[in-house]
Structures are given as structure tokens and as C-alpha cells.
Ligand binder design. Structure first.
Ligand SMILES: N[C@@H](CCC(=O)N[C@@H](CS)C(=O)NCC(=O)O)C(=O)O
Length: 197
């Protein structure tokens, strides 16, 4: 498989992490996410949104949207339940990740890393919403080791990606002991790789 990738992107890291934990070999093709010029040449026909990650399957088909890719890869593996309620719960947390968490925690981190945080009037609001998402996670993890069915799943992969680097956006996780314990448990899963690997 080939992954159209971006090294600092948490969305891309989710896919690299699960592919590695599943023992699936893949090559990485780095895409410059800072400029759109020429993006159509690389991703046109693969992802209409012209964003990464995009996974090229062995049969030449393509799949985009990080959480859709996780869902596809995890089918019939230990990383997603076969119980209908737990599968829906997994999706609940993955939709939460894309709606409440990523647009706030990831965007604030991205702007901070580029030194552009103060250029956007909505940065403070995104920070508040990021903390609200972290508070929701803290509530869920208080008394639970993982997000769904008390075992590691793609819901954890999806939420780990930007939570473990939230400090790079200036988020302080000191007041979130349940999240801190969960981050440690996820980092000790078999086959774990870091975002820099
Ligand atoms: N919802 C998408 C978000 C994808 C996304 O925003 N990708 C970023 C990198 S993290 C990107 O390609 N940015 C370049 C651009 O938007 O032009 C997913 O989960 O895969």
C-alpha cells in the first residue's frame, strides 16, 4: 500500500500507527500541506478534497478521510468490535474527534507551530472548544481504561493522534489525570510507533 502522507499531521499519523500495528507494509509519499499549487497533480483523482491522508490500496483504489481509513483497515481485527452497539460507540467517538476535537486542538497546534496563532481572530475560541473536548474525554475516561468496551480500539487511535501532541498547541493537560493515564496506556500498546517514527 502507499500512503499519501504528511509527517507532522495527526490525521496521517493515525493511519501510520494502525497500519504498523496491523503489520501491513506501506510506502510513504510526503505531500506538502502548506501549499495547494500542484496538489491536483498528486492527489487529483484520489481524493476530491485534495487533502492527506490518502491510502492507495494494493488494487489501485484510493481511500481518504483518516477515520474512514481506520474503519476500513480495522474491519475483522481486534481494533474494532463486532458488537453493533460497540461499533456505533466507536463511530460516536470518531465523529466526536472530527467535530469537537480536531478542528480545535489540531488547528490551534497547527497555527502555533507555524507561528500564526495570533493572526486568526477565532484562535481563542478554538482553544476554549479544544479544552471542552478534552473535558468530555476526561469524563469518559474517569473509570474507563479506553473509549469503547474497555479495550484499545480505533476510537483510541483517532483521539490519541492530536491529544498526545496537544501541548504543542499550548494545551495544558496537568488537570486531566484520566487523559494522562490513557495516553500512557495507548503509548504502551504492542506495535506502537510515535508521530516522529
Ligand atoms: N477530515 C480529514 C482532514 C484532512 C486534513 O485536513 N488534512 C490536512 C493535513 S492534517 C491537509 O491535507 N491539509 C492541506 C490542505 O487542506 O490544503 C481527515 O480526517 O483525513
Amino acid at each position: 500500500m502507499r500512503l499519501y502522507d504528511s509527517a507532522p499531521s495527526g490525521n496521517c499519523y493515525k493511519v501510520r500507527l494502525l497500519l504498523t500495528q496491523l503489520g501491513i507494509a506501506f510506502e510513504r509519499q510526503e505531500v506538502d500541506t502548506r501549499q495547494r499549487d500542484g496538489r491536483d497533480d498528486v492527489l487529483g483523482g484520489k481524493n476530491p478534497a485534495l487533502r492527506v491522508p490518502v491510502l492507495e490500496l494494493d488494487d489501485g483504489r484510493h481511500l481518504a478521510e483518516s477515520n474512514a481509513i481506520l474503519w476500513y483497515l480495522a474491519e475483522d481485527t481486534q481494533y474494532v468490535s463486532d458488537d453493533p452497539y460497540e461499533r456505533a460507540k466507536t463511530l460516536q467517538w470518531m465523529f466526536f474527534e472530527q467535530y469537537d476535537h480536531e478542528p480545535n486542538v489540531a488547528v490551534v497546534r497547527h497555527r502555533t507551530m507555524l507561528g500564526h496563532l495570533d493572526d486568526y481572530p477565532d484562535s481563542e475560541q478554538r482553544r476554549e472548544r479544544g479544552y471542552a473536548a478534552l473535558t468530555a474525554m476526561e469524563r469518559q475516561l474517569d473509570g474507563h481504561d479506553y473509549f469503547v468496551g474497555d479495550r484499545y480500539s480505533i476510537a483510541d487511535v483517532a483521539l490519541y493522534a492530536y491529544t498526545h501532541v496537544a501541548h504543542e498547541g499550548g494545551f495544558d493537560l496537568d488537570g486531566y489525570p484520566a487523559i494522562s493515564g490513557w495516553l500512557d496506556r495507548v503509548a504502551h500498546q504492542p506495535g506502537h510507533i510515535t508521530i516522529d517514527d
